[in-house]
Design a protein around this ligand. Structure first.
Ligand code: NAD
Ligand code: UDP
Length: 348
């Protein structure tokens, strides 16, 4: 019998790609999302891409902080595991509105965990972030590095990781995998689903994409004086489909009787500078990206990339795609959907 997975935040960027991989992998999938930062058109597109497996997807519009609704959901369906993506994720906004971030990310998560426990569903995959490594003393980052946070968004990731470790300490029936994502980019190769941020993008690739399609005039490069190959910041960009597949690997790992609360990096192990990434995207798109060289962005670090050894060894998972594929798929999505999902009527 196929497993039934609840995916919180499954209409979002990472969630929608993961839901598709789940459906293609034969899982039954229920999505709960309040659509605060996403569109139900993403769900509709996922259904189209899943073909006959689309019948295994159901969608509930709802907020994790609505405990009665969550109780009702868990009472009506039995889930084998939960993949928990739902949360607010903009670092700058979290500095402006810390209480909104603590309310949404922490309260929503605590309510989810309480309802899961009450219904005997104790298998969890949680979206953590490389942000917990801060400015690491050395690279690559291994999972045993000290962790911390420099802004409210990062603190919600740090706190939820600690909450998970405490839950497992108190009740060894929990099986939890904390996935620390590096920098997810790109889109599904079909170009039908991708990242569609609201407002002006904060992240490098969504910003570069909007310059390429003519929505924004130029990309500001934050810092050209870092001690890196060309002075710009270095990150570990990972194709969104590889990242999504990492969740399938994590679900399989949850079947292992000896798993407790474990953390894994999801990255490629390769560092790429801003200039290198822009050059790859210019090549993929055939568009010139005008650049404005500017000072460092507050809170940014110089070089962050993952050690992938633990995930390769224990999850049997390794990223397959490189920078060129990431940029080609990003451009395929961008050129087909220059204004994201917005220009379409909702059909879900
Ligand atoms: P996203 O904003 O596209 O998706 C998050 C989804 O959660 C959205 O659809 C939003 O509507 C929904 N949501 C938010 N709060 C909710 C609530 N209280 N109840 C129900 N639904 C709610 O973001 P994403 O890029 O897909 O990120 C998914 C997760 O991965 C987030 O937890 C994020 O912090 C984490 N993460 C993302 C990145 C990245 O670069 N994208 C990196 C590291 C970690
Ligand atoms: N960056 C940039 N201009 C932008 C957005 C990002 O130069 O408009 C740089 C940023 O300084 C960092 C890299 O691109 O070196 C990746 O930034 P992003 O915000 O995408 O990810 P994060 O900093 O969270 O790893």
């Amino acid at each position: 019998m196929s497993q039934k997975i609840l995916v919180t935040g499954g209409a979002g960027y990472i969630g929608s790609h993961t839901v598709l991989q789940l459906l293609l992998g034969g899982y039954e999938t229920v999505v709960i999302d309040n659509l605060d930062n996403s569109s139900d058109i993403a769900i509709h597109r996922v259904r189209e891409l899943a073909g006959p497996n689309a019948q295994n997807l159901s969608f509930r519009k709802g907020d994790l902080r609505d405990k009665p609704a969550l109780e009702e959901l868990f009472a009506s369906e039995k889930f084998d595991a939960v993949i928990h993506f739902a949360g607010l994720k903009a670092v700058g906004e979290s500095v402006q509105k810390p209480l909104s971030y603590y309310d949404n990310n922490l309260i929503g998560t605590i309510i989810l965990f309480k309802v899961m426990a009450a219904h005997g569903c104790k298998k969890l995959v949680f979206s953590s972030s490389a942000t917990v490594y801060g400015w690491p003393e050395k690279v690559p980052c291994t999972e045993d590095f000290p962790i911390g946070a420099t802004n409210p968004y990062g603190r919600t990731k740090l706190f939820i990781e600690e909450i998970c470790r405490d839950m497992y300490q108190s009740d060894s029936e929990w099986k939890i995998i904390l996935l620390r994502y590096f920098n997810p980019v790109g889109a599904h190769p079909s170009g039908h689903i991708g990242e569609d941020p609201r407002g002006i993008p904060n992240n490098l690739m969504p910003f570069a994409q909007q310059v390429a399609v003519g929505r924004l005039p130029a990309l500001t490069v934050f810092g050209t004086d870092y001690n890196t190959v060309d002075g710009t910041g270095v990150r570990d960009y990972i194709h969104i489909v590889d990242l999504a597949d990492g969740h399938i690997a994590a679900l399989s790992k949850l079947e292992n009787p000896s798993i407790g609360c474990e953390v894994y990096n999801l990255g490629t192990g390769n560092g790429t500078s801003v200039f290198q990434m822009v050059a790859a995207f210019e090549k993929a798109s055939g568009k010139e990206i005008p650049l404005i060289k500017s000072g460092r962005r507050a809170g940014d670090c110089e070089t962050v990339y993952a050690s992938t050894d633990k995930a390769e060894r224990e999850l049997n998972w390794k990223a397959k795609y490189g920078i060129d594929e990431m940029c080609e798929d990003q451009w395929n999505w961008a050129s087909k959907n220059p204004y994201g999902y917005e220009s379409q009527e909702s059909t879900t």
